[in-house]
Ligand binder design. Structure first.
Ligand SMILES: CC(C)(COP(=O)(O)OP(=O)(O)OC[C@H]1O[C@@H](n2cnc3c(N)ncnc32)[C@H](O)[C@@H]1OP(=O)(O)O)[C@@H](O)C(=O)NCCC(=O)NCCS
Length: 330
């Protein structure tokens, strides 16, 4: 059985930046509150008319360009998002067509902030089974489209962005690629973070629009407490069952929802701050985009090199949660 390896990474964020001081003009908040409570200074926001597939296509092109892989050589496209261009067709189909990935199949994967970690293990499984040679996993979200910019509890948190990783078989005998994955969903937490309307339970109506039910609704403290506990639990368990400790990890690349969630997790597994990638300051929470965007920075800062072990971890709406270990392959 081949081992699945990440062979390329590409990212895209829209140019426009929304700073904390911009938000001070929209809602009753301060730069100091946002920075202290979340770690965020600014986030990128897509221009009107730009949709998730537009960000996804740019990230995909950047990933394919790394090794000159032709779109026609892709076997599958897994598109992780909670902000698809529309319900259907899937955003994976829209991206496949725009890329000209003529041989690929694919689908959208809905797991909110855990989306990219779930996408990676799904892509790795397709490659490790021997079924596919090139799977492109894309995490893309245009959160600004479902954020209520009158709700100070949520509008300060999110931004728009996308990233893509290409998964291919490692060479025979090469010690690089997927090591392990540990995932968990817990639907009992579903009410704490959701977009209530627009689906089959509460279809769009004048009332749902008037009641602002097509936006993200969150009970922040509930989500925060779950995220701190679950991210720590999963990271600890996945290290233990692989006989590893924080010393063996070159860098942890966690989902970027709140600086305090990340530092609590790092402390729990005994990782010093210099081994933890935090870039929430510049991007906010881009949902499925955070892990590739943070991985790009980990590589850029020299924290992640060929042969290193990286720990990806995420918690999100659902609840969904996952942790995954990889030996970095390029
Ligand atoms: C949202 C979050 C930053 C709020 O931080 P918190 O410390 O829990 O703050 P609380 O929600 O308890 O609110 C404390 C006070 O700050 C206020 N507040 C909330 N947002 C504010 C803002 N942007 N500016 C100023 N004050 C704000 C609240 O109204 C509350 O005021 P009150 O005490 O007068 O009622 C935090 O709960 C969080 O990060 N949660 C998880 C979010 C997340 O990860 N979501 C994505 C899932 S991956």
């Amino acid at each position: 059985m081949p081992r699945a390896k990440i062979t390329a990474l590409g990212c895209f964020t829209p140019e426009r930046v929304l700073t904390n001081s911009d938000l001070e003009k929209l809602v009753d908040t301060t730069d100091q509150w946002i920075l202290e409570r979340t770690g965020i200074r600014e986030r990128h926001i897509a221009d009107p008319g730009v949709a998730t597939s537009d960000l996804a296509v740019e990230a995909a092109k950047a990933a394919l360009a790394v090794n000159g892989v032709a779109p026609g050589d892709l076997d599958a496209i897994l598109l992780c998002t909670v902000t698809p261009d529309m319900f259907f067709p899937s955003t994976a189909c829209l991206v496949q067509n725009r890329l000209g990935a003529s041989r690929a199949w694919g689908f959208d994967l809905i797991a909110a902030c855990s989306g990219f970690v779930y996408g990676l293990v799904s892509g790795a499984s397709l490659v490790a089974s021997g079924m596919h040679k090139r799977v492109l996993v894309i995490g893309a979200d245009t959160m600004s489209r479902i954020i209520d910019y009158t709700d100070r509890g949520t509008c300060v948190l999110f931004g728009d962005g996308a990233g893509a990783m290409l998964i291919e078989p490692a060479a025979e005998g090469e010690d690089a690629g997927f090591i392990d994955f540990l995932g968990e969903i817990d639907g009992s937490g579903g009410d704490f973070l959701k977009m209530p309307a627009g689906g089959s339970r509460l279809p769009a109506s004048r009332e749902t629009v008037d009641q602002r039910l097509h936006y993200v609704h969150q009970e922040g403290q509930q989500v925060f407490k779950y995220a701190v506990r679950k991210m720590g639990d999963l990271c600890q368990q996945i290290l233990e069952r692989n006989g590893l400790t924080g010393n063996d990890i070159a860098v942890m690349v966690p989902h970027q929802a709140n600086r305090r969630i990340i530092t609590a997790t790092a402390e729990r597994i005994g990782l010093p701050p210099e081994k933890v990638l935090i870039n929430i300051e510049r991007f906010g929470n881009t949902t499925a985009g955070t892990i590739p965007l943070a991985t790009r920075d980990a590589i850029g800062q020299g924290l992640l090199r060929k042969g290193d072990i990286v720990l990806f971890a995420a918690v999100g709406a659902g609840y969904t949660a996952g942790a995954s270990l990889w030996r970095w392959g390029y």
